[in-house]
Design a protein around this ligand. Structure first.
Ligand code: CA
Length: 219
């Protein structure tokens, strides 16, 4: 679950990122509006947390550009306490929810879960594939009726692949989905995760496309 955090307040940004990591989110963080728009336009995120008062392009402009380009990424806006007009403008510009600063981090987590649930229910509820079922929100995995506990990276990889059967996912895209920008990455990390998934489910679950990436076949 990859989230883009857009917040120019360093202490707050650091705090949010630290709070979300143990929840199983991959959090990438930018501190100005134009970097945010660039990241959201060129990479894929499941959700964005967007501050409104930002250098280089304010949050409202970012949101307007996104929606004008039909980018459906769910956006949670962060606003200052007294700016009712900002909140309304944010919702009008296509924000999915907002939170007023200062906020409790548990409330932020609850709002994120609700937003993700809504967006996943819209896009795809639970995934079913050859006896494997995945609930993307609770991160529960079942295989032939048995619960399978997967480490977070394996879960993310399996989810990425099963969400798009028949489509080759490049190594770059998968690495971004699993690790974000600033996590150290061993060069064979993906291979190791793929190996584990094949062992836990079945050997021909994931096909290697040499030099490109991986896919699961359409059934
Ligand atoms: Ca700000």
């Amino acid at each position: 679950m990859r989230i883009l955090l857009v917040e120019d307040d360093t202490a707050l940004g650091e705090g949010i990122r630290t709070a979300l990591k143990p929840e199983g989110y991959t959090v990438d963080w930018v501190q100005d509006g134009s970097s945010a728009l660039h990241a959201l336009t060129h990479e894929s995120f499941e959700l964005a947390i967007l501050d409104l008062g930002l250098p280089r392009m304010d949050g409202l402009q970012v949101l307007k550009h996104l929606r004008a380009a039909a980018n459906p990424v769910p956006v949670l806006v962060l606003t200052a306490r007294d700016s009712t007009s900002d909140r309304i403008a944010g919702l009008d510009a296509g924000a999915d929810d907002y939170l007023i600063k200062p906020f409790d981090v548990d409330e932020l987590k609850a709002r994120l879960r609700a937003l993700l649930r809504r967006s996943f229910n819209r896009a795809q509820p639970a995934l079913e594939y050859r006896g494997i079922s995945i609930d993307p929100i609770s991160q529960a995995v079942n295989f032939q009726g048995q619960v399978v506990n997967l480490p977070r990276k394996e879960f993310l990889l399996l989810h990425e692949l099963l969400a798009q059967p028949g489509r080759v996912l490049t190594r770059d895209k998968l690495q971004q989905a699993l690790y974000g920008w600033d996590e150290e990455l061993e060069s064979n990390a993906l291979e190791v995760h793929v190996h584990h998934l094949r062992k836990k489910f079945f050997a021909d679950l994931i096909r290697t496309v040499r030099g490109v990436g991986y896919l699961v076949d359409k059934v």
